[in-house]
Design a protein around this ligand. Structure first.
Ligand code: AR6
Length: 169
């Protein structure tokens, strides 16, 4: 399994699935969630309404509708509350459950945004370490996944990931 880094807008990527950093309602919001719903069109919200939300750290899958990606994996990262509220564990769970869902659907390529590092205020470097460790641990297992891409929208996250990927290699 190949792990790659890109900079830019997740909604533009033609992959099997893009991951959405959603909230527990799964009914849309701002940030990457808003961008994904905007680009996918109103049918995405219609399908999300049938899912009955999603607990923090878990993931659910829908079709991609007008997106270039075939599917959207909606996961919910934790809100940062200082670090003593299981934030690290919940963030790792969000990545791990998204990967498991991709695997269950036999997907080959998945793109992650930097979950929880926007409105949810998770410290970016710690979040990046958790994301990379969780994906790397999964890469060691037998999987349908051939490519996992991290897409960074902001320069700060891009620099953090670029350095960490080199370190971990
Ligand atoms: N493509 C890729 N990454 C993006 C894009 C994009 N188009 N737009 C923003 N980002 P956030 P959270 C990055 O706030 O912290 C929503 O309202 C952004 O730079 O979108 O998990 C949900 O409904 C940041 O690094 O998600 C929830 O209520 C990262 O995406 C809440 O925000 C995550 O920022 C979730 O908060």
């Amino acid at each position: 399994m190949e792990i790659t880094l890109k900079k830019g807008d997740i909604t533009q990527l033609k992959v099997d699935a893009i991951v959405n950093a959603a909230n527990t309602s799964l009914l849309g919001g701002g940030g990457v969630d808003g961008a994904i719903h905007q680009a996918a069109g109103p049918e995405l919200l219609q399908e999300c309404k049938t899912l009955n939300g999603c607990p923090t750290g878990m993931a659910k899958i829908t079709k991609g509708y007008q997106l270039p990606a075939s599917y959207v994996i909606h996961t919910v990262g934790p809100v940062w509350k200082g670090g003593n509220h299981k934030e690290a564990e919940l963030l790792a769970n969000a990545y791990a459950h998204s990967l498991k869902l991709a695997e269950k659907h036999q997907l080959k390529s998945v793109v992650f945004p930097n979950i929880s590092t926007g409105v949810y205020a998770f410290p970016k470097e710690e979040a990046a370490r958790i994301a990379l460790q969780t994906v790397k641990a999964f890469a060691n297992e037998q999987s349908s996944l051939e490519q996992v891409i991290f897409v960074c929208f902001d320069e700060e996250n891009y620099k953090i990931y670029d350095q960490l990927i080199r370190e971990l290699d």
